[in-house]
Design a protein around this ligand. Sequence first.
Ligand SMILES: NC(=O)c1ccc[n+]([C@@H]2O[C@H](COP(=O)([O-])OP(=O)(O)OC[C@H]3O[C@@H](n4cnc5c(N)ncnc54)[C@H](OP(=O)(O)O)[C@@H]3O)[C@@H](O)[C@H]2O)c1
Length: 334
Amino acid sequence: MAGSVNRQIVLTELPRGKLLVENFKMRETQIPKARDGEVLLHVRLVSLDAANRAWMQGETYRAALNAGSVMDGYGIAEVIESNADGFARGDLVLTTTGWQDYVALPVGNVVKIERVEPLSHLLSVYGIAGRTAYHGLLSIGQPREGETVVVSAAAGSVGSFVGQIAKLKGCRAIGIAGSPEKCNWLVNELGFDDAINYKEGDLSRALKTSSPQGIDIYFDNVGGQILETCLEQMKLHGRIICCGAVSSYDGDLPDRGPRGVPRQIVIKRLMLKGFIMSDFNAERDRAIADLRAWVQAGRVKIIEDISDGLETLPSALVGLLAGENRGKRMVRVS
Ligand SMILES: NC(=O)c1ccc[n+]([C@@H]2O[C@H](COP(=O)([O-])OP(=O)(O)OC[C@H]3O[C@@H](n4cnc5c(N)ncnc54)[C@H](OP(=O)(O)O)[C@@H]3O)[C@@H](O)[C@H]2O)c1
């Protein structure tokens, strides 16, 4: 049943420097009505994505966020009222719900999805995280048995799947993460061959020790200094999968590019390719079928980090950018 008010979290001002919980405010409004061609949705789970912060820096693959608007974000919601053909009360949809309890949207903006238990798997392994890792590593990186795959933000939502899929394909998986606890966990729980704490010691030396022959595939979630260091250690004909640049999201301006471009790219005949997960929407069914088979066979572990309550969204995003999370972070709203 619908409640009596719609709680919304508004981005009251664009952050100057690091994002703060104080950049957001909760407000209460009326529950919207579904107009012709729209559905009224009750938001169930909201995904926390590092890119939420990048949207505040200006236009990306989507329009920039503005101060004063409801904070945007992807989520899973349930139809509670439908004024559109093909949608009924109880249907589940994936959409940009925003950080709020209820939203009315035209059906062109929502994707109906099959119910899966638990629902959270639709945001983790079968959602953005799992599919980004799958398409990025397999379609772009095209790993071959015996190759060395290095992934940054390895203990995060995308990275934790990248390393596990690399192992499934017979590769050596090396993770880069921000604490000794995360590194131990990557090796002991997720089966990575090695993990390096980039906050301690000399990353370049640690990578040379861990991959003396060099890197075949670098799955880059962070950009910046870590990309620069990996670039230097790529093998001839290596592939760099540019997935994101979280090291430069939580500030005013994105970084300038790393040193070594184009020198290393030319000398080593490297391939660098960026992508957005939705580029591979036509291959969604194959990705989900493979991921489901690996999960059922116990070959891929699903790591989720879920908190409860709409009001926890601002601190959950600030914490994600600070490296609090392991696996896919999300908030259960209702
Ligand atoms: N291309 C696509 O379609 C697509 C889709 C989804 C996500 N992405 C990208 O994938 C990356 C991961 O995003 P996510 O949403 O899944 O978040 P996540 O990996 O679950 O969490 C972000 C992690 O980044 C690490 N981090 C933060 N600041 C860092 C820094 N300065 N240097 C190195 N690591 C840092 C933190 O872990 P540590 O403790 O290890 O620092 C943190 O846990 C982002 O770049 C995102 O934009 C791309």
